[in-house]
Design a protein around this ligand. Structure first.
Ligand SMILES: Nc1ncnc2c1ncn2[C@@H]1O[C@H](COP(=O)(O)OP(=O)(O)O)[C@@H](O)[C@H]1O
Ligand SMILES: [Mg+2]
Length: 402
């Protein structure tokens, strides 16, 4: 009897266990089903995307009184189309880039304007405010740049008469902050040329996918505004040698470079457009850009020597109220290895020191303090660099690259 009872108890226990087991199975299977449902949704979504028809790019020509819009589609014909819900009709003006449905029946999206991308990507200065007198040192470089850029722009007939071709492109190279940009601006001003500049690294990082088109527009703009000087800063960002062109980002950079080379090959040496490029890292450049007819004139812009540093101090203290006892030669002597940009920073820092002390003039002491401050920052950066510096550097291996 008691065994029967205990047997019944055991059966009951098994049943409970079994139910519990089944319930946990149900929960597991429900979870499994939920997971599969998500996967199905995901794939459905993917299939939809893959099956959906591509949109057509078009440019608005006119907005009709009844709300329909005349567009010129990139596939050719001009179309009269409706505007889909969700597109704000007031965004549509002649020239606006839009997307049409595949069958071209309606505008479904307003695209970002290309003109904006160009405007944001390049700086156009009709007359730069830097002249040669604002540059300390670099006399030989100024002379050379005037010969290869200013002279052919101003007097192409001299070259035609003698029968030589000036270089189309000039490459300025050397450590940062030593006057490459300054020099390019000054020669543009002196030549009466429009200064149009872009930065290589921005083409690669900010205007992804637009690099080649921007380069094309750059040269078009230069021809429109000729005489002009195109300045490409940090050209190494688009013209570095690379072993393999693997990622799509690299291919995009490659396309940008190809466009640049094609544009350079496409104009003649005596056309009123000159290209000046600048780099801190000449050793990584693709030799293709240095071939004849491209950037075939190299001008080194080195760190300023003693004499040049005196001149740079003179340039940057010209408009400062400085004490009679300030000895620019002594300042130059104490700033060996400093770039022009650092000398400028020292002058600014010295000015601050005087203001803090409530003085109306900047003293030698202010300058010495400023040198200490700026040069010690530089030393810290150098130490930091040499610690992490397993990388191969070129010929300026002792200089920190920003
Ligand atoms: N040789 C120089 N003479 C006068 N100022 C200089 C000189 N080199 C650099 N500077 C100062 O440093 C700033 C940065 O110089 P920049 O021409 O942009 O250097 P880089 O293009 O070589 O990196 C300039 O705006 C200028 O104030
Ligand atoms: Mg610069």
């Amino acid at each position: 009897m008691s065994s029967e009872a205990s047997g019944g108890y055991r059966v009951k226990l098994d049943e409970d266990d079994y139910i519990e087991y089944l319930e946990s199975r149900i929960r597991l299977l429900e979870m499994e089903r939920e997971k599969l449902r998500n996967q199905v949704n995901y794939f459905k979504h993917q299939i939809e995307k893959l099956l959906s028809l591509p949109l057509i790019e078009a440019v608005v020509l006119d907005v009709l009184p009844d709300g329909r819009v005349v567009v010129k589609s990139s596939t050719g014909p001009s179309l009269i189309v409706y505007v889909a819900n969700g597109v704000n009709p007031s965004d549509l003006r002649p020239g606006t880039r839009v997307a049409l449905t595949q069958r071209g029946s309606a505008i479904v999206e307003v695209l970002p304007s290309r003109e904006n991308i160009y405007v944001r990507s390049m700086e156009v200065i009709e007359r730069p405010n830097v002249s040669f007198s604002d540059i300390g040192g670099l006399r030989r470089q100024i002379q050379e740049l005037r010969e290869v850029v200013e002279l052919p722009l101003k007097h192409p007939e001299l070259f035609e008469e003698i029968g030589i071709e000036p270089p189309k492109g000039v490459l300025l190279y050397g450590p940062p902050g030593c006057g490459k940009t300054l020099l390019a601006k000054a020669v543009a001003r002196e030549s009466g040329a429009t200064f149009i500049s872009i930065v290589g690294s921005e083409l690669v990082q900010k205007f992804i996918g637009e690099g080649a088109r921007i380069v094309r527009e750059l040269f078009e703009m230069a021809r429109r505004k000729a005489p002009s000087i195109i300045f490409i800063d940090e050209i190494d960002a688009i013209a570095a040698k690379r072993i393999d062109v693997g990622t799509s980002g690299e291919r995009e950079v490659q396309r940008t470079l190809m466009q640049l080379l094609a544009e350079m090959d496409g104009f003649r040496p005596l056309d009123k457009v000159k290209v000046i490029a600048a780099t801190n890292r000449i050793e990584i450049l693709d030799p293709a850009i240095l071939r004849p007819g491209r950037f075939d004139r190299l001008i080194e812009i080195p760190l300023p020597d003693l004499e040049a540093r005196v001149e740079i101090f003179r340039v940057h203290t010209r408009r400062m109220k400085i004490d009679k006892d300030v000895d620019l030669f002594e300042l130059a002597r104490r700033t060996e290895g400093a770039s022009g940009a650092e000398i400028k920073a020292i002058c600014t820092e010295a000015g601050y020191s005087a203001i803090r002390a409530g003085r109306r003039r900047v003293t030698m002491e202010d300058f010495l303090y400023a040198i200490d401050k700026v040069m010690s920052k530089k030393r810290i950066r150098r130490v930091g660099h040499s610690v992490s510096g397993g990388e191969k550097r070129g010929r300026y291996s002792d200089i920190f690259y920003q």
